[in-house]
Design a protein around this ligand. Sequence first.
Ligand code: CDP
Length: 793
Amino acid sequence: TVHERVDTFHDNDQKPVGYGRMLRKEDPRFVRGRGRFVDDVRLPGLLHLAILRSPVAHARILSIDTSAAEASPGVKAVVTGAMLAEQGLAWMPTLSNDVQAVLATDKVRFQGQEVAFVVAEDPYAARDALELIDVEYDVLDPVVDARRALEPDAPVIRDDLEGKTDNHCFDWETGDEAATAAVFARADVVVSQDLVYPRVHPAPMETCGAVADFDAVEGKLRLWSTTQAPHAHRTLYALVAGIPEHKIQVISPDIGGGFGNKVPIYPGYVCAIVASIVTGKPVKWMEDRFENLISTGFARDYIMRGEIAATRDGRILAIRTNVLADHGAFNGTAAPVKYPAGFFGVFTGSYDIEAAYCKMTAVFTNKAPGGVAYACSFRITEAVYLVERIVDCLADELGMDPAELRLKNFIRPEQFPYTTKTGWVYDSGDYEPTMRLAMEMAGYADLRREQQEKRARGELMGIGVAFFTEAVGAGPRKNMDILGLGMADGCELRVHPTGKAVVRLSVQSQGQGHETTFAQIVAEEIGIPPDDIDVLHGDTDNTPFGLGTYGSRSTPVSGAAAALVARKVRDKARIIASGMLEVSVADLEWDKGSFRVKGDPGKSVTIQDIAMRAHGAGDLPEGVEGGLEAQICYNPSNLTYPHGAYICVVDIDPGTAQVKVRRFIAVDDCGTRINPMIIEGQVHGGLADGVGMALMEMIAFDEDGNCLGASLMDYLLPTALEVPDWETGFTVTPSPHHPIGAKGVGESATVGSPPAIVNAIVDALEPFGVRHADMPLTPSRVWDAMRGNARPP
Ligand code: CDP
């Protein structure tokens, strides 16, 4: 069901090109099985690499015997951490100012950590030889629980760091502690709640992998890899390996989903590069599902205490939170340097409040590194979950309807741009119409009546409301960089003589449809049909520098670059047109696709005519060079702040505690919409993610640090069976600082849906006096909550 409230902003029927529903240009390739993914790369003489991983979570390595593996048929090389250490390559920097072992030398620090690798003629020979490597471990006590990590007698995990005597990773705070305490002291009502956002995994359909090909004659490294940030990875490889950037080409071909999982640099990529240099042959490493789940970037793992202060009549005054963040064995996230806790600072949500304060402690544990932004702009998912759960707890305490409580406290439209109490400047927003539309689509009052009737019959029906504001489009380079690289993005546009064009992006699609939407952005600006515009991305030799795709930053940053580069080309086209029509530029007006003489519509030239003239024979106006192309680098002045209102209806079977998501209404506002069909696809996928996290996904560990969720039999992903028919709607509040008014949307639904679902479940369990239960709300957890035993994971 698609309820379109504001969809006249750009009407595809009235304008020949530009924004609107358009089938994806990339899909003919994908539906015919002609996509080209990393594992499809086959080069002459290709060798295969397999990684030996630690079976234990914490142990000292006493010895490694590789002799039997080396003698195994087809094996070309066996490499250990000690061998890498001789070349100074045993450790690599992470994207969060930490270091991570490429192959363990001294200790293993999580189950699944890389210990050695084998290169062989085929993948089977490589895997067989792993079995023959003999590693002697001296097993140490593991630290699995973040709370245990802080105890004075806890084993020190990161004794590789000089002088390290505890498991602290970092401390961080934001807001005004004293001002917040003062507001709490005078509030009528204070509610607090402990919440756990469990460790989950982005679990993209395609696992991570790379093909490295070092050409010793050219001195050039070509690396096909599953990366969301090819340019940033290339710079890091250049710094670590000492190979200059122009001698490294990172190619990120078709990517089978990223969701943040493909932002970090993994040891496997580095091993493949080393193996190619050592053997002189191209080398492929592709991890399997088990390896992906056990060792690559997980997400969340926040233990939070939320507190909210309000007046008796429901005016929210202040929010305070204390967070214990589990970063695993190495700090392997990729957040802007000045934001070690990502954008968690937006935990004040969509509400106009007087004070806020957050204190966070992050720790190392014997678990896989990560804390990546899984379909989330750097920890916004955790922030939105926190605020939207405690607002519901407050509604419960006050006996107020949760939708009414939110409506009463929203930041009002005239307050934008709005600076939050933690210093974030929300660029724009109009929350009430979005909330009202969601309530109207849901039939909110009728749902509440139905719930009363059902409760009287002993049936368990719940209605959950959540409202979110996201901060996406990292970010202004004045305060956002990753390892010193400013978060700007380049874009280059070339119009060929016949009026066809190619646009080159520094961002990289992992399935979001960039080849379509970026062609639409350029088309809207320059009047060339999207089908005549090729979008190139994911190849550092052939695209301008930029920081890549994650945190829904493509449209806010690179989308702006694409619009502005097209305007730059249009400005040049205008001068050429003035020469062709023999009038001054001031006498020309743009009519999407052509320049015409004001007052004389019969005199005009199309952009295609202009392109031919720009490349053709004959004079161009004074000072104009030939060709029709431009390049820019866009540095955003602020983030964009999309918002949305979500309402979820659940039924719970009182006999089995099974939750059924019966309805889900999602109203999103991402400003100007480029392709509504693609946006709906993004929202549908994100909502399915939310069902997974709320009901079934968790990477769990036993007390020895064994990962219990390392297959898709144990780590449950949502399927078509668990999700309802989504009911989506939209409002449009354009971003005032973005050239086309667009805000990101790729992750909104993953951010907004978990609290809506949990709020609905807690609402359904009201007859049992339940005020909170932690995700994932599996039948056994819901059953425990019904019996008064709600327990943390
Ligand atoms: O960075 P990422 O591509 O993951 O996220 P995004 O910028 O939110 O874009 C996701 C997809 O939705 C892209 O194909 C965008 O061009 C499209 N989109 C859109 O059509 N209109 C918007 N206002 C925002 C995104």
